[in-house]
Write a protein that binds this ligand. Structure first.
Ligand code: DC
Length: 224
């Protein structure tokens, strides 16, 4: 069903809460576009690693960002991330990139670079934005905000299944990484992972995707 109203919808939450799958499904059901802002932080991480820049070297990160053009481009039916002219979509999905993304995302120089880019994308509305600070910092005025969560164990199982064939990490290692990343992301000084006061909380631990999406659609329809 296409939503008549032009909303901005934000979906925040920790890794493995179901944000990516549910954001894509919600966008599809509403006829909206979908933006994965974690991919932008992973893009910065990819370039930092490529240039041999440490995650706490603000000066080098700032200089690198000033020359960086990150863009989402639709290829076929898929949204792909380009850094300058390189398609980096598949190269940012490794445990190393996830950890580096979490580290660089704590640096204000990186956050302010990506803030402008995200707001520019949001100008046209009818977008579902997925991230950590979408409803709190980037789009505090968004019409509909969700905060998704699930137990660390179920989140680790989901991530483990997603990464099969892409990573040699065991389930225990994935769970440890998830807990470490949650701690980094929610204790950093700038734009920490937290729910906006007006976000609708959904715990996806015991929900199927269809059950979760139905709950979300109900919220959107009520506003629309
Ligand atoms: O969603 P993800 O796992 O691809 O995100 C990678 C990292 O990027 C995550 O550990 C925290 C950071 N991030 C952020 O700080 N703010 C966002 N809006 C999105 C991601």
């Amino acid at each position: 069903m296409k939503s008549k109203k032009a909303f901005l919808i934000t979906i925040d939450g920790p890794a493995g809460a179901g944000k990516t799958t549910l954001s894509k499904m919600l966008a599809e059901r509403l006829g909206y576009s979908y933006i994965d802002t974690g991919a932008l932080y992973r893009g910065v991480a990819f370039e930092a690693i490529h240039h041999g820049i440490a995650s706490d070297d603000d000066k080098a990160l700032e200089e690198m960002c000033s020359q960086l053009s990150l863009r989402f481009i639709i290829v076929g039916k898929e949204l792909r991330l380009f850094s300058n002219e390189k398609d980096i979509t598949d190269r940012i999905r490794t445990p190393e990139m996830a950890m580096m993304a979490s580290a660089v995302s704590a640096r204000p120089v990186v956050r302010s670079f990506l803030l402008d880019l995200q707001r520019e994308i949001g100008l046209k509305k009818r977008v579902v934005f997925e991230g950590r600070d979408m409803g709190t910092v980037v789009f505090p005025e968004a019409e509909v905000k969700f905060f998704l969560d699930a137990s660390p164990h179920i989140r680790a199982i989901r991530r483990f299944n997603e990464m099969k064939g892409l990573s040699s990490q065991t389930l225990e290692e994935v769970e440890k990484d998830i807990i470490r990343r949650d701690r980094n992301d929610s204790t950093r000084a700038v734009a920490p992972l937290k729910a906006a006061d007006d976000a609708v909380h959904i715990d996806t631990t015991a929900l199927t995707l269809d059950e979760a999406i139905e709950k979300m659609l109900k919220v959107v329809n009520k506003r629309g």
